[in-house]
Design a protein around this ligand. Sequence first.
Ligand SMILES: Nc1ncnc2c1ncn2[C@@H]1O[C@H](COP(=O)(O)OP(=O)(O)OP(=O)(O)O)[C@@H](O)[C@H]1O
Ligand SMILES: CC(=O)N[C@H]1[C@@H]2OC[C@@H](O2)[C@@H](O)[C@@H]1O[C@H](C)C(=O)O
Length: 393
Amino acid sequence: MLNANLQKLFTIAQKPERLIIGLMSGTSLDGLDIALCRFTGSGFDTRFELLEFTTVPYTDALKQDVKHVFAQKQVSLEKLCLLNASIATLHADYILQALQSWNYKPENIDLIASHGQTIYHAPQRLHGQMGYPNATLQIGDGDHIAVKTGILTLSDFRQKHVAAGGEGAPLALYGDVLLGSHPTKNRILLNIGGIANLTWLPASKQRIICTDVGPGNTLIDRVCQQYFNQPYDDGGRLASGGQVHQPLLEELLKDAFFTQPAPKTTGPELFSASYVQQAQQRSDALTISPQDLLATLSAFTAEGIIRFIKANINIQIDQLLLSGGGAKNNFIVNYLQQAFPKVEIADTGTIGINADAKEAILFALLANEAVVGEPIATGDNPAVLMGKFSFPL
Ligand SMILES: Nc1ncnc2c1ncn2[C@@H]1O[C@H](COP(=O)(O)OP(=O)(O)OP(=O)(O)O)[C@@H](O)[C@H]1O
Ligand SMILES: CC(=O)N[C@H]1[C@@H]2OC[C@@H](O2)[C@@H](O)[C@@H]1O[C@H](C)C(=O)O
């Protein structure tokens, strides 16, 4: 005899299609992405449709609050404890509001896949402390979301990956392989969010790579906010008016991260304001104009991507498919096109994956896999199903 929770889960697993909400709130702290998807099948038979999508921007007050604990070595434990509950409650409110505006009732949604807010990412390679494993921390507890929305919630996806020997990221791998592979085209799926990460999907399916490659937008955003009173460099226009400072660019690219073998992950814990300032000091570039600094940091994002690709992929690349907010930065996109003139560069929308919603869709897919899939072995990544179950009652 199954209890009611397990009975419900069993029923959801047996349905021919599932309505799943994927949530992503990433390292750029811009807001909560909410993707309502319909899934059928699992594994390589997965089919999905993005029914609705929205990004609920974080208020300035919330951003400031999260910054107290975000990528900080030392924080108020009380603040962390409070945020773990309050972010979850807030995300639940955002979901309920989104569902109402889309005319869906919570009882008709099968699952929520909640990534939570990453507040610290500490692979062993980065923290370097003997006796401690890879670690990563996302807050916004799943039980709170499940109870408040009444919807069965899966959350905290990264811990299983770490427990099974990974660094807890990038989890895009699993969805990218299932949704992005092509039988004859060699593709790279490149996400430029706060951090840039990519999945190399050769048509042969041999030697798939999924890894972070360097900074995405966080350093660019900081300069925009500090000097231009803008949240980000819209279209890459500010960077396009600046000059790249080559010695600074080379200094920025000197960190060991760039030569470490993939898969590897990183975060704003490494690529921080002080990282930039130290590189400026070493390259005598402390007094360059904000616009030149912005051009150089945007080139840094692009070069991190380009150098990784050139050093690790030596067969013809047919398509470079972009997602994340950085796909709208024309300075970066043009820089990539100049480095790879023969590669078709487009956004993932051209293969049916909305570029803004992609990461939220991928977490919805992970929830679908956790309920009806099987662990997928690919590349050097652990073959595991991820996500912790929180029942509403
Ligand atoms: N029109 C635009 N032009 C240039 N950059 C943009 C534009 N719109 C968004 N961005 C950039 O994209 C960022 C948000 O990207 P995204 O939502 O993909 O990040 P994220 O999900 O928080 O990050 P991550 O993938 O690292 O977890 C913004 O902070 C901004 O820097
Ligand atoms: C620890 C963490 O939150 N990492 C994020 C971050 O943002 C981009 C990059 O760094 C990626 O590794 C990951 O997110 C995506 C969704 C992933 O796991 O694939």
